[in-house]
Design a protein around this ligand. Structure first.
Ligand SMILES: NC(=O)c1ccc[n+]([C@@H]2O[C@H](COP(=O)([O-])OP(=O)(O)OC[C@H]3O[C@@H](n4cnc5c(N)ncnc54)[C@H](OP(=O)(O)O)[C@@H]3O)[C@@H](O)[C@H]2O)c1
Length: 278
């Protein structure tokens, strides 16, 4: 049993993960961007009769990250597991993505985990132990139309995690990357939309891609967030865990095609499966 910090715990995969860890007997510090949005988390914890220590933690704000981690270390004296889960999505063509939206994505999905890692690693190195689980996505392996900037953040998170894995292992610290497919959270509804305008040069293509990708296996039945929570827990507690783990049948299928085919064959397969030609 240890002390686990989960970011983005107000809802979705972070909420499910915080509750799962608490049910498994870990001491959970649940980071929420705004305390006012922690009601669903509080109600779910009460319903399951588990205790959570809810703290304000906005991953885009260095002072907020440092304060939350300093208080955690003051209170518990140690930190065994960090789950970098907080994230935002963005839907839209690369050309139509303004800097302001791209910055929100990178601030949250890349600089956020980087800030958290910088804040927690000195304590983990002193302890000689710790695990960092970074929640990426199948989009961290494969980029698809209108998901380019989101994928760019997850590719960046994967690169950082892979390097970190080598760097911190000699200090007794493990890194794991979780790559979910599609899961039933508010993620889709909350994502930023680069250009919702029907006059966009990409509007027709975007509608076709949306309709076609909805036909992918499993897309009509998004997975249960509890599956990701259990995978994150396994990544955090199993010493033999690989660096990367896909979660969900859709993620596994896409990753397998990507592994088995060269670039040209992969592109043809995607275009044929989704009937997406110029
Ligand atoms: N759901 C999927 O299908 C899926 C698939 C692959 C990967 N993922 C990844 O899984 C992670 C969780 O996504 P989800 O599906 O649970 O989405 P979600 O339901 O939209 O939840 C996102 C969480 O991140 C928090 N957050 C956003 N910006 C933050 C910030 N600046 N500081 C702290 N917290 C912040 C949100 O807090 P607020 O309540 O304050 O907004 C919320 O708790 C993300 O990294 C996402 O990229 C999700």
């Amino acid at each position: 049993m240890g002390v686990a910090l989960v970011t983005g715990a107000s809802r979705g995969l972070g909420l499910a993960t915080a509750l799962h860890f608490a049910r498994m007997g870990e001491t959970v510090v649940a980071g929420v961007r705004h305390r006012a949005r922690a009601n669903a988390l509080g109600r779910a914890a009460a319903a399951q009769a588990v205790d959570l220590d809810v703290v304000a933690l906005d991953v885009t704000d260095a002072a907020s990250v440092d304060t939350a981690v300093a208080r955690l270390l003051d209170g518990y004296g140690r930190l065994d597991i960090v789950v970098n889960n907080a994230g935002v999505g963005l839907w839209g063509a690369v050309e139509e993505t303004e800097d302001a939206y791209a910055r929100i994505l990178f601030e949250t999905n890349v600089f956020g985990p980087l800030r958290v890692c910088r804040a927690v690693l000195p304590a983990m190195r002193r302890q000689g132990s710790g695990v960092i689980v970074n929640v990426s996505s199948i989009a961290g392996r494969v980029a698809s139309p209108f998901g380019g900037v989101y994928s760019a953040t997850k590719f960046a998170l994967e690169a950082m995690s892979e390097a970190l894995h080598y760097e911190v292992k000699p200090f007794g610290i493990r890194v794991a990357i979780i790559e979910p497919g599609t899961f039933a959270t508010g993620f889709h509804d909350q994502r930023l939309i680069a250009d919702p305008d029907d006059a966009s040069a990409y509007a027709g293509l975007r509608r076709r891609w949306e309709a076609a990708s909805a036909r992918l296996p499993g897309r009509d039945r998004p997975g249960d967030p509890a599956t990701v929570a259990a995978a994150v827990y396994e990544a955090a507690t199993s010493h033999a865990h690989p660096l990367r783990r896909l979660v969900g049948a859709d993620a596994e299928l896409i990753a397998q095609l990507r592994r088995d085919l060269d670039d040209a064959d992969f592109e043809q397969t995607v275009r044929r499966a989704l009937d997406f030609w110029e």
